[in-house]
Design a protein around this ligand. Structure first.
Ligand SMILES: *Cc1c(COP(=O)(O)O)cnc(C)c1O
Length: 366
């Protein structure tokens, strides 16, 4: 096993699902978003935990992710969040995935695929209320799509949804405007559809956007993008080991480009992690790690495979000692949010940056 690992605490993920369920109440369904390898946590393991917690739906971004889940025996309904090509639609229908449609082509693809596979195709209609990414933008197009669907009984319209652009903003004006447009659009749809709009932020902050279901990703991994009383804890911790220890003298510099020069004697440890593992080079000279429960600043440039840290005040350290990049050690904690702030990005991207060369280990302390 490599010295650098990401620990995935499935018990915490399951606790977060329960906390979210309690927050949204018994009348709102929960869709757990597991796209992009479950935000770096491991697609199948996270989906299995979600299935055990009886989430109502899973969401993936691309057909291939859904196929992997079906092949792993996941039988929860799975929504593919984007409109697919003809070929991917066929794959999705074959594996019983629910499709997103927002153009005539998507509906026709669904029809062709359902005929070819001899299986009905369940679809959700994506409505663009202001994100301007994907979806039906013009409400005049809705009756045309409904007319087309009426000619294709194998293609079953089961839901409709939209996505908010600014749900985590203090100013909720944009969300209000999008919500108003969503209401106008869903008036044109048949009754009884599964309606959904909110992702993590709106699910937590805006009960009026919950409709029949919420689509929650990041909050279930423990990083709610908005202030909340709901108890959500980080699911992932990231650890590495010390592979070398040395003393440096005043005037000695550390790492590529000599961006850090010591002005007093220091004890320096080299860690078995670098930007090849997704420990972003942008964090050089800015971020800390936890060793013996103490914050140890990174010294100099983060290399592809190694990183140096100042352990002068860290107490006893030897080869093989543990260093925490994300996670808790004693009283101290470093979160993906902290790394994201330093790197001018968001927790999502930090979690997703942890590269595939970092083995994930799974823990379930139930
Ligand atoms: C990714 C995504 C979500 C989940 O968003 P979070 O902020 O992680 O909860 C929900 N809906 C759509 C359409 C998405 O693309």
């Amino acid at each position: 096993m490599r010295q650098t690992i990401a620990r995935i605490h499935l018990d915490i993920y399951r606790d977060n699902i329960r906390a979210m369920r309690e927050a949204i109440g018994p009348d709102v369904k929960l869709m757990a978003v597991v796209k992009s390898n479950a935000y770096g946590h491991g697609l199948v393991q996270i989906a299995q935990a979600a299935q055990e917690e009886q989430v109502d739906f899973l969401a993936v971004a691309i057909a291939e992710e859904g196929v992997i889940l079906r092949q792993a025996g996941i039988d929860v309904p799975i929504l593919v969040l984007e409109g697919l090509s003809a070929q991917s639609t066929r794959q999705a229908v074959l594996y019983g995935l629910t499709l997103t449609v927002h153009t005539k082509e998507h509906v026709q693809n669904a029809y062709a695929a359902s005929k070819e596979c001899g299986k009905p195709a369940d679809v959700h209609l994506k409505l663009d209320t202001g994100m301007n990414r994907i979806g039906v933008k013009d409400k005049e197009e809705i009756p045309q799509l409904l007319d087309l669907l009426a000619t294709m009984p194998q293609v079953r319209l089961r839901g409709a949804f939209t996505h908010f652009a600014c749900a985590d903003n203090a100013d909720q004006g944009m969300t209000d405007a999008q919500l108003a447009r969503f209401f106008k659009m869903i008036e044109l749809l048949p009754k009884g559809l599964l309606l959904h709009a909110g992702a993590s932020s709106a699910a937590l902050m805006r009960p009026d956007t919950r409709f029949s279901m919420v689509r929650v990703g990041i909050a279930l991994y423990g990083y709610p993008p908005v202030q909340t009383k709901v108890k959500l804890r980080p699911v992932l911790s990231w650890e590495t080991e010390i592979i070398h220890v040395k003393e440096i003298r005043p005037g000695d510099s550390v790492s590529y480009g000599a961006t850090m020069t010591a002005n007093r004697p220091r004890k320096v440890a080299t860690l078995a992690v670098g930007y090849g593992d997704g420990y972003k080079r942008l964090l050089s000279n800015k971020v800390s790690v936890l060793i013996n429960g103490k914050r140890c600043p990174v010294l100099g440039t983060i290399c592809m495979d190694q990183t140096m840290v100042d352990i002068t005040d860290a107490g006893p350290v030897e080869i093989g000692s543990r260093a925490v990049l994300i996670g808790r050690d004693g009283e101290e904690e470093i979160t993906a949010e902290e790394l994201a702030n330093i790197a001018a990005t968001i927790s999502y991207e930090v979690l997703l940056s942890i590269s595939s060369r970092v083995p994930r280990t799974y823990h379930n302390e139930l």
